[in-house]
Design a protein around this ligand. Structure first.
Ligand SMILES: Nc1ncnc2c1ncn2[C@@H]1O[C@H](COP(=O)(O)OP(=O)(O)OP(=O)(O)O)[C@@H](O)[C@H]1O
Length: 363
């Protein structure tokens, strides 16, 4: 039954959406609410079910079970041409025999419309996406970024309630991609429209989205604002998938005032926490690579990691150091300076207890 419509009705609500292909579960009991005008990015490794989920939202695929609501209305059985969603994907699927204006107008000309109304809407949309000067151009005379703008305008001109985007920028070069990220965010905010954006690209997801969804094997691992997801991954999978984190497996050995001591294979680590797991619990200590700094040799102290330098990479503004701990654990440290250490020599790293977090490990 459709939920009563209120101003707080989410743009999109998924209740236990599952998709099975024969015996294989591609999308597994997904629950998700997308608020009014929210930008949600869905990311995860290849094959985790991102595109299948987006196709279900678009009506191109039918869920095996579960309910899908758009602005409070159950659309689970509404066919694709009657959905208030539009899909934009990377191979723009534009019509080469039509010019830019013809391509943008295409969605509107499928239904009876006054010519002047169509022209007005196409003009306004071209202005919004920055194509006003190119209306008479053929598609073959456009750059990749311009083609992507046409595809975007063609979807938006039909005034969908939600725009679905499947890796829309992946065919563009790095420079153009950054430009288009800014443009997409501006357009989305100007229209106040919910965007559901599927991508492999972490930087893209984290720079545009209000919230990021990380999927793994058809399930949602974590939904959070980008900063929160980055600073506090909640599962081992997310900690390994997002950012550049170091994970140290261990067990809680001692619970102190505002901190715990974790026993790991290479030694003890101290982590600040207000929510300590019980003694004996299996945990991972998570420390971002840029929260590690070199520790002066010979100085004892908590969270000092004695290691061997195995590799280094110069990345312009920073250096990435690969270190091996005594038990073979690999550690990544990102620092601005060049360290006076050669490959296979001893090196040390250190982190503050306040810069580490805990996630529960396997029992
Ligand atoms: N029509 C289909 N029949 C059978 N299996 C399918 C079908 N469509 C997708 N799958 C399987 O479902 C899983 C999820 O596919 P999906 O395309 O949603 O993944 P994805 O996360 O979008 O991957 P990628 O990032 O590589 O595009 C994959 O294992 C895929 O092989």
């Amino acid at each position: 039954m459709a939920a009563a419509m209120t101003t707080t009705t989410p743009d999109l609500e998924l209740l236990s959406i599952t998709k099975q292909f024969d015996t294989f579960t591609a999308v597994d009991s997904i629950n998700l609410k997308v608020g009014r005008g929210e930008f949600v990015a869905i990311m995860g490794p290849s094959g985790c079910g991102k595109t299948t989920l987006l196709r279900i939202l678009a009506g191109l695929e039918t869920a095996s079970s579960g309910q899908l609501y758009i602005r409070g209305k159950d659309v689970s059985d509404v066919p694709v041409n009657q959905r208030s969603t539009r899909l934009v994907w990377q191979n723009y699927a534009l019509f080469p025999h039509l010019d830019v204006a013809g391509n943008i107008a295409f969605g509107l000309t499928l239904k009876p419309h006054d010519k002047a109304v169509v022209a007005g809407k196409v003009k306004a949309m071209a202005e919004l996406v920055g194509l006003s000067d190119l209306m008479g151009r053929k598609i073959s005379q456009l750059s990749g970024g311009q083609k992507q703008r046409v595809a975007l305008a063609r979807a938006l001109v039909t005034e969908p309630e939600i725009l679905l985007l499947d890796e829309p920028l992946s065919a563009l070069d790095a420079h153009l991609r950054i430009r288009m990220q800014g443009e997409l965010r501006r357009i989305q905010q100007q229209l106040g429209m919910a965007f559901i954006y599927v991508t492999h690209n972490q930087v893209e997801a984290f720079s545009m989205a209000d919230r990021v969804v990380v999927m793994n094997k058809g399930r949602i691992e974590q939904i959070d604002a980008p900063e929160e997801m980055y600073a506090r991954p909640k599962t081992e999978f997310v900690a390994r998938f997002v950012g550049t984190n170091n994970l140290f497996a261990g067990r809680i050995q001692e619970v102190g005032q505002g901190h715990v001591i974790v026993h790991c294979a290479h030694g003890q680590l101290v982590v600040s926490t207000d929510d300590p797991p019980p003694i004996g619990a299996s945990v991972f200590v998570v420390v971002q690579a840029d929260k590690l700094t070199p520790a002066p040799t010979g100085v004892a102290g908590e969270n000092r990691l004695d290691a061997t330098l195995r590799g280094r990479e110069y990345a312009g503004s920073h250096n990435i150091y690969l270190l091996d701990l005594v038990d073979g654990t690999e550690v990544k440290m990102t620092v601005p300076q060049v360290l006076p250490v050669e490959i296979n020599q001893s090196a040390t790293a250190w982190f503050s207890p306040a810069n580490a977090s805990l996630i529960r490990g396997a029992a």
